[in-house]
Write a protein that binds this ligand. Sequence first.
Ligand SMILES: C[S@@+](CC[C@H](N)C(=O)[O-])C[C@H]1O[C@@H](n2cnc3c(N)ncnc32)[C@H](O)[C@@H]1O
Length: 279
Amino acid sequence: MDYVEVRFFIEPYEEYISDVLAAELGEIGFNSFVPAEKSLDAYAPKNIFDEAKVKSLLSDFPFEASIEYQITQIESKNWNEEWEKHYFEPIVIGSDCVIHSSFHKDVPKAKYDIVIDPKMAFGTGHHETTSLVIGQLLEMNLEGKTVLDMGCGTAVLAILAAMRGASQLLAIDIDTWCTDNSLENIEINKITGIEVKLGGAELLEGLHFDIILANINRNILLADMQQYASCLSAEGELYMSGFYVEDIPLIEAEANRNGLKLIDYKEKNKWVVVKTIKE
Ligand SMILES: C[S@@+](CC[C@H](N)C(=O)[O-])C[C@H]1O[C@@H](n2cnc3c(N)ncnc32)[C@H](O)[C@@H]1O
């Protein structure tokens, strides 16, 4: 899939403005963000990118800041190189888990060593939401559990769940880049037992899982939570991330409507992961 890179120049630059801009861009099809000095690089699949929606978002933007943008077409083939050059450094999460790429040298030692060659797929562990969900995975007992990784990106969450003893795993993403990349990463890490499927919540009918991980975004979670709830086993746990702390009431209300109760949440730089179980 080809992508469009839009560099937003924010003046005066404030981190919270960049965060809000990224959240709003997430709602119009952008799915990767790289903050830079005084700017934000945002990426959207070429077939979803709509400049009119960007213009409309900026004209209604809630903060007083001047935001100019510049569009660059990104050929799929360049993306891995870009990651290697600029963005992805090894990351240690919770001291037990290190995520790095196959090109990294001098990687810190950790109990769970995950190799991710991300290309265009989200999920290197650097984003707050990924590391929040990883933190949850490192704490829970996954031995013999069935796990759904919804919005799998690189499949980093499914790979860690498999390393921690989950027995049957399904990783789903709507983006072919992500499903292709997930398959590559699963193979590089020599993991068996993870099935990868292209699509969305429509694939879940009739399935059941002990643990569901859904790190996507607020609006997709609100739209698809009903399907997630119906495939959660009676004693199951649904972890949702990809939204801000101020979105919790909306997410909790939708969870309650679907027979789920929110029992805990963790926060990192305003991003959260919430844990829900059946009421
Ligand atoms: C924030 S990334 C999370 C990736 C990875 N799970 C992680 O934790 O780093 C969200 C992923 O959800 C996928 N996605 C977006 N909408 C979706 C939907 N309706 N159903 C399934 N996946 C979706 C995107 O393509 C993207 O790869």
